[in-house]
Design a protein around this ligand. Structure first.
Ligand code: LUZ
Ligand code: MOS
Length: 775
């Protein structure tokens, strides 16, 4: 395209260009509102939550009388004060809103205090008398398995016969692979504002990825129909899965306080409260057995994925399902058995977190590949390539890997782009010449399935109004949480309607305008709701086009950047507009043509049979790969990430700048998970690393000096919105390349560091170094 044209299409906001973030200016000016920025309604109550100080026990006494008498206190509420059902479990109904009879984890809400100020609420909280008879908590996956204590069924996906192969294969390994959890560390902590309405209903402003679930649960807890509960969400200050199901309790507790007092009620957790009470990424402890040949070809793989789900089910069964569906990652494994055990323990309920079990399932097979490569003395790249999916291959659960050839193409290109072979040689020389510093390089391919694994969640909706001045109001089912889904959706509306992006306003998500929406999750917010926006736009466009052709008879008309052009056969460049979009809309109004419409989309062709472990759960797959190089300081155990190369498949990106931003952020978040972010619990199940002072997330200083991200060219996706691919979660998994760079560096000491687990903190690395010295 000529530069004039490029400029025009950016102004227009066409899909495939990178216009400015639609709220960028307001964000930078500090004008964008998050929950705590909404102007405070009069008579507001501040709500604090008293939580369980112990992991397991029976409530012997809960006396709120003294607290109620404290100054400024409007209400002190317990399970007894819930007018509806004390139940907020989204998939399995095993979760209470307020503890009743017993407590199951440290941080579990027991009572809410509503007062004129936060200080008064906190002072009153100290006056609540809570006596708990402590019981011994179950904290580990192994204890839970011993007691057969699960939050859902143990599941299996199987193909071929692993036992037959194990009994007669050239090489065999077995072992355990562990990863710890991860705190979401969204900047905006869990927050909710509940406002009673004059008709007996209630409106909630909640920091949630899942307005529909907030509406359902508040309706259940308050015992009122769903049409009495309105949920309005403008944007979140980050979420990463932490607000997919876990914004619910806080919204319900604010709603309960508002309902019982008739006054607006605001909850905003402090960072420490949030870290203590809310669930995190699932820790996994996975047992594997693998049979392979001398070239590194995997002949049979058996993996038992045991996840630590915490005290209640939350979304853990779905997380485990996604882990199982990613247990083979990018490899074609003929004989495979995947077992999933969702272990119930007395920790905060683990929940959705970017990747949703995918990273854990992939970490297991990638670790196995590394061990195979080390055992055979092969380059881990070659072992991976030997097993890689090819065109037409079928996943263990029966779905064909569409465009499966792309993963190999990406992997090969990344090998040369990152200078894999040369770097490995340079590293070997470096490690020979350096006693106290060792370098390592790691590579990880990623295949990630797009769609919610629960098929019914794969739907999106939208509502579009065009006003008589040509400006457009778009409501859609996704939640903006910093991923810029609003920018992308505005581009989709602008492209489809042929108006400049500046004419599009994206509204808050509101259950009165879009109903029964799915959580903005599974990387699918833009796909599902973008399709719905396109659907609504096309309906209105159809009516407008009919009018144009009535006013200006011709073959066809095209809508571009605020103008309507005539199209005649054979012409590709449009000039001399017939009419502006604005004038056309005014004419349509006087002709009494509907300028509004609702849009809907349901992902076609997906299904999955859980009992058989078979089906076609994903619409398509996202592919990519990462290479990372590190230096490990043997005196301190500290790792420095020197470089990262990422090659990622977006197909036709709707907004390349946004996608690259998502890859940067996801990768660095993954690096945090595998290196420094450590959740430490004391022996009774209380989180010790429960504040930013003790929990280390990556900072600007952890970004590698050499950081290359490239979008792979020539990848197709006929099924995504505007032929794009989802972006949110897959690149998180690239962080695992850093872990394998560390194990590579440590292997240079003589043995493969089998016991090293995620996160590879300096302490753990140092232990590996010391063990090697002792040998
Ligand atoms: N949430 C969910 C998700 O309910 N089902 C999923 O498959 C999923 N995948 C990723 C993230 N959130
Ligand atoms: Mo998520 S892990 O809320 O897509």
């Amino acid at each position: 395209m000529k530069s004039e044209q490029i400029k025009k299409s950016i102004q227009w906001g066409q899909a495939g260009t990178s216009p400015l973030h639609i709220n960028g200016r307001d964000h930078v000016m500090g004008r964008s509102q998050f929950i705590d920025d909404i102007p405070k309604p009069g008579n507001l109550l501040y709500v604090t939550v008293m939580v369980s100080p112990v992991a397991c026990g029976r409530i012997k006494k809960l006396d709120t009388q003294k607290a109620l008498e404290m100054p400024g206190v409007a209400a002190v509420l317990t399970a007894e004060d819930i007018p509806g059902e004390n139940q907020i479990g989204g998939i399995i109904k095993d979760e209470v809103c307020l503890a009743h009879g017993h407590v199951q984890f440290v941080g579990e809400p027991v009572a809410v205090i509503a007062a004129d100020s936060r200080q008064e609420a906190e002072a009153a909280m100290k006056q609540i008398l809570l006596e708990i008879e402590e019981e011994t908590p179950v904290l580990t996956v192994r204890e839970a398995i011993r007691k057969e204590q699960y939050v859902g069924p143990v599941r299996k996906i199987e193909r071929g016969d692993v036992e037959v192969v194990f009994s007669d294969c050239p090489c065999y390994l077995e072992g355990v692979i562990r990863n710890e959890g991860q705190e979401h560390f969204y900047l905006e902590t869990q927050s909710a504002l509940a406002v009673p309405e004059d008709n007996g209903g209630i409106t909630l402003y909640s920091s949630s990825q899942n307005p529909n679930e907030i509406q359902k649960m508040v309706s259940g807890v308050l015992g009122m129909p769903q049409n009495m509960v309105t949920v309005d969400i403008k944007r979140l200050g980050g979420a990463f899965g932490g607000k997919e199901s876990q914004a619910t309790s806080w919204a319900c507790l604010a709603a309960l306080a508002a309902y019982q007092t008739g006054r607006p009620a605001l909850i905003r957790l402090t960072r420490d409260e949030d870290m203590l009470s809310t669930g995190k990424r699932h820790a996994f402890e996975s047992d594997y057995r693998v049979g392979f040949d001398k070239e590194g070809k995997i002949l049979a793989y058996c993996v038992e994925l045991n996840s630590n789900c915490g005290a209640v089910a939350d979304v853990s069964t779905s997380v485990l399902e996604r882990a199982m569906l990613h247990a083979e990652n990018s490899y074609n494994i003929e004989n495979i058995r995947i077992i999933g055990r969702p272990c119930k323990t007395n920790l905060h309920p683990a929940t959705a977190f970017r990747g949703f079990g995918g990273p854990q399932g992939i970490f297991a097979i990638e670790s196995v590949i590394e061990r195979i490569a080390y055992t055979l003395g092969l380059d881990p790249y070659d072992v991976r390539m030997k097993n890689m999916y090819r065109k037409g291959d079928i996943a263990p659960y029966g779905q064909e890997i569409q465009h499966g050839e792309d993963i190999g193409r990406i992997f090969k290109k990344l090998r040369s782009d990152s200078r894999w072979d040369e770097r490995r040689k340079e590293i070997a020389v470096f490690n020979q010449n350096n006693r106290y510093k060792k370098k390592g390089i790691g590579i990880t391919p990623v295949k990630f399935g797009i769609s919610f694994t629960a098929a019914h969640l794969n739907q999106g909706s939208a509502l579009i109004h065009i006003y008589t001045d040509g400006s457009v109001s778009v409501t859609h089912g996704a939640i903006e949480m910093g991923q810029e889904v609003n920018t992308k959706i505005a581009q989709i509306a602008a492209t489809t309607l042929g108006v400049p992006i500046s004419s599009i306003r994206i509204e808050s998500n509101n259950t009165k305008r879009v109903a029964n929406t799915s959580a903005t999750a599974a990387s699918s917010g833009c796909d599902l709701n973008g399709h719905a926006v396109e659907n609504a736009s096309l309906k209105i466009l159809g009516r407008l086009k009919e009018l144009v052709l009535k006013l200006y008879p011709g073959d066809d008309a095209v809508f571009e950047n605020g103008f309507v052009y005539p199209v005649r056969e054979g012409e590709t460049e449009y000039e001399n507009p017939l009419i502006t979009f604005k004038e056309l809309v005014q004419k349509a109004y006087f002709e009494r043509i509907d300028l509004c419409d609702h849009g809907y989309y349901a992902t076609p062709g997906i299904h999955f049979d859980r009992d058989k472990g078979e089906g076609h759960p994903f619409l398509y797959y996202v592919f990519g790969a990462a290479v990372a190089e590190v230096t490990v300081d043997l005196l301190t155990g500290r790792t420095t990430l020197d470089s990262a190369h990422i090659l990622h498949d977006c197909a036709s990106s709707i907004n390349p700048m946004v996608d690259i931003g998502q890859i940067q952020g996801a990768f660095i978040q993954g690096v945090g998970w595998v290196t420094t972010e450590e959740l430490v619990y004391q022996e009774k199940g209380r989180l010790l690393s429960g504040s930013p002072a003790t929990y280390k997330i990556p900072t600007i200083g952890d970004i590698p000096e050499e950081f290359h991200i490239e979008l792979m060219e020539g990848c197709m996706n006929e099924l995504g919105i505007k032929r794009s691919k989802a972006i949110g979660e897959p690149p998180f998994i690239y962080g695992e390349a850093v872990f394998f760079a560390i194990t590579h560096a440590l292997s240079s000491l003589g043995t493969y560091p089998e016991e090293l687990s995620i996160p590879a903190t300096p302490e753990k690395i140092w232990r590996v170094i010391r063990q090697n010295k002792e040998h």
